[in-house]
Design a protein around this ligand. Structure first.
Ligand code: ADP
Ligand code: MG
Length: 431
């Protein structure tokens, strides 16, 4: 095994305090919203109808979703772990505004590693003689927050023998991030195992009450640290179906995964949609809406034609996003223009959404990465807030923000996160 340190900035980056607090204040609202979407079949069906015609990955997820609903859900405890990501859009007058990039409802990573980054930056500041500044860095422990959600779900599942499983990739590059969360569970005397899709496929079975067994062990909670990137092997889809049919708590279940698609995000920005999804929560709706950037549907029809033409004429205003997760898939500038030009009259267009491009104010920092030369770069940051909630039947028994993540990258990279080798871990220094 070859082990590298996780990449990080030499210095913490400044973040406007009001925007940081705004991001925390809206997290419980986003938890509520994701949970509501995951229970709204009609909304998911309608919103994803155009996407599943052209996007095979989403279509397969959707097929499992409907199949499991037809059989009837065995799962009664629901656990959501998400991360809402933001950038700070710099207006013409120089003031910054909080703008949501996306909400990740599956495999929201770096909660573990980032529980350590504040310590690193505190030390660096002390070495530089900045003791006062060092003392101002906030404590941050998403590993603990996420583990408390998993532990709650485990407890409600109600079997001391049941085991928590982390579903991992064959080659796992981010194992230490997951270990931080895992260790928090062991500290609470909850057993954790790591398995791959293949193990579930080869050894998994359900009993009459749809409890899940893998190699004799019963499982209660599945934490997907994988399952995002298409295409999956046919046997992985089989395994996913088995998991979804089971009584075990999936984090996320397939409905919650669908709630995190970019198409759903775009639909949420339509006037009236939030009101339908969260009736009786006008304040939550206002807080949520205040973070939205402009989002546009490329569905067939006049509305889609118009925005496609606008983007072709002025590509630097927009980002073109396919229904993919994991970084490195979005299109910008000339490339956006070329692709949109090519697909503008074909149904393929509907597998994308358009979004206003957020333009943050860059700042100087050093990005430290194994085997990379050390140089000062102009950087921009993306703030993520972790959210965790647990629902039993219809009752929300836990709903909280569970810590934050700051990722920073050089401005020459339009796209890409830490896993894609572009962004590095950072700590907010509130100003
Ligand atoms: P993914 O699912 O691949 O993570 P994101 O929507 O998070 O997709 O986009 C990946 C990256 O692209 C983000 O981390 C951000 O750096 C950049 N990005 C995404 N949307 C925008 C936007 N509207 N404006 C500017 N940059 C964006
Ligand atoms: Mg992202």
């Amino acid at each position: 095994q070859v082990v590298n340190y996780a990449p990080f900035t030499l210095l913490p980056s400044t973040v406007p305090r009001v925007l940081f607090e705004q991001a925390y204040a809206v997290q419980q609202d986003f938890n509520l919203l994701v949970d509501a979407i995951s229970q709204n079949k009609e909304f998911l069906e309608k919103t994803l109808a155009s996407t599943i015609k052209v996007d095979d990955f989403t279509a397969r997820l959707f097929r499992i979703y409907t199949q499991v609903l037809e059989e009837g859900l065995a799962q009664t405890v629901f656990l959501g772990i998400n991360r809402s990501d933001y950038m700070f859009d710099c207006g013409l007058d120089g003031t910054a505004a909080l703008r949501q990039i996306e909400i990740n409802t599956i495999a929201a990573s770096f909660g573990g590693l980032t529980s350590r980054t504040a310590d690193v930056h505190r030390l660096v500041l002390k070495v530089l003689g900045k003791t006062e500044e060092a003392s101002r860095l906030l404590p941050n422990n998403p590993a603990k927050g996420l583990a408390s959600g998993i532990a709650k779900a485990w407890e409600l599942y109600g079997s001391q023998r049941a085991v928590v499983m982390f579903l991992v990739e064959d080659v796992q590059r981010n194992i230490f991030d997951q270990r931080c969360v895992e260790n928090e569970l062991w500290n609470r005397n909850i057993r954790v195992v790591r398995k791959r899709f293949r193990d579930v496929f080869e050894q998994g079975s359900l009993d009459a009450s749809r409890r899940l067994f893998i190699a004799e062990q019963t499982f209660c909670v599945f934490f997907f640290s994988h399952g995002v990137v298409a295409p999956l092997l046919p046997q992985n889809w089989e395994a996913r179906l088995l998991l979804e049919r089971s009584r075990a708590v999936k984090c996320p279940d397939i409905a919650t995964q669908l709630a995190g698609t970019k198409k759903v995000q775009q639909e949420l920005s339509r006037p009236g949609t939030l009101e339908k999804l969260l009736p009786g929560h006008p304040e939550a709706i206002a807080r949520i809406r205040a973070t939205f950037a402009g989002l546009y549907s490329l569905d067939e029809g006049e509305e889609g034609d118009r925005i496609a033409a606008t983007a072709i004429a002025d590509p630097d205003r927009f980002v073109l996003k396919p229904q993919r997760e994991g970084g490195g898939n979005n299109l910008y500038g000339e490339e956006l223009r070329e692709v949109l030009e090519k697909i503008k009259d074909s149904p393929e267009r509907t597998s994308y959404i358009l979004m206003d491009k957020i333009k943050p104010q860059p700042a100087l920092n050093y990005l430290l990465r194994a085997h990379s030369p050390l140089q000062m770069s102009e950087c921009i940051s993306e703030l993520g807030i972790f959210g965790v909630y647990v629902r039993q039947g219809q009752e929300l028994v836990l709903n909280q923000a569970a810590g934050h993540l700051l990722r920073t990258k050089a401005i020459e990279h339009a796209d890409g996160g830490v896993a894609a080798g572009v962004a590095v871990l950072d700590t907010p220094y509130l100003v």
